[in-house]
Design a protein around this ligand. Sequence first.
Ligand code: CP3
Length: 387
Amino acid sequence: MACACSTLGLSSLGFCRDLCLFRRPGRSRSRSAAPLEVMRRFFCRCAPAAKGSEWRKNRKTPVWLMRQAGRYMQSYRTLCEKYTSFRERSENLDLVVEISLQPWKVFKPDGVILFSDILTPLSGMNIPFDIVKGKGPIIHNPLREAADVDQVRDFVPEESVPYVGEALRILRAEVNNEAAVLGFVGAPFTLASYVVEGGSSKHFSKIKNLAFSQPKVLHALLAKFADSMARYIGYQADSGAQAVQIFDSWATELSPVDFEEFSLPYLKQIVDQVRQSHPSLPLILYASGSGGLLERFRLTGVDVVSLDWTVDMAEGRRRLGPEVAVQGNVDPGVLFGSKEFITARIMDTVAKAGSHKHILNLGHGIVVGTPEENVAHFFEVAKGIRY
Ligand code: CP3
């Protein structure tokens, strides 16, 4: 089975056995140097000059945090005073770049995620929305019928969100290969839940009403999102994203049998479509409250499953099997604890994940009000880990 490591003559160092996330069973396509770079810089955090045994000795668990840019940071809150609308902050090129780099400048994480939102593509699909302080996402005309779905346009990223491509290109240059630049998209079911509910939801009753009374209408919407998000991932990769995370935050609101009908096939469609056009792009899948669905996540074919904190890391790793890398999964609430507690929980998570195929992260995004110094402590401890 060929992979980037063997193509580049690195197999003898044992890189493949431990680290290559890109060996997929049944795939014999040899890969270019690009994923190796991603693997070295992001998944292994090795010093660029280190070679052989030095390299192995130095390797650490890569670390970045979901929502590492945002309201817990004073620099972001200061910027919010001048630029009061979230749409502006997330759709103006200069602001997107500046905000994405805010945590990079302070904490030097191994991954720098684009500052944007899973809902950003919606206006380009003819679904007007806003994100309102204190209320969250608002969809002005929720979609409930076949005629509404017919109005949804295919997403053409180069036309609708050219600033995303430009921002990723600038981020790559700014970060200068010292960290991986990450893109992201929303998964079809999660996007559908917002546009059908009209915003955030507690019981998901409107989308369940659609799913369980007019499934064909929901399937038509999900298929549109799947195709558009696969294209959006490709666009992000072409613009410089070195890995892309798919957020299916609300998939776990579905029973397993309904996940198999309304989420899994569309996640698979995205993964398959992206593999055709961008075979070496690492894909990460996140869902909150995912314990009941882990084995099914593996069926999507993603490289990395991002675990929320309700799953024990050791159990999650075992249930996902050796082919899949894991990300996570410290409770974001731990960042409200003492520094000693934060350190202990990081060590516990890393020990349970084992010394390879693990990206340290939280089990969900950083919560508003989290002390910045505790985030700094998290990164400091994480980056000091040696094996
Ligand atoms: O991780 C990062 O640093 C990248 C930034 C990012 C944002 N949204 C910025 C944002 C990412 C990855 C997202 C994804 C996203 N957006 C998800 C999936 C992740 C998850 O949380 O499950 C979802 C479900 C959304 C939809 C959404 N956008 C919600 C529920 C909210 C929160 C509303 C609120 O007021 O708390 C948003 C707004 C949003 N997106 C904020 C940020 C930093 C907060 C608003 C602000 O900063 O003004």
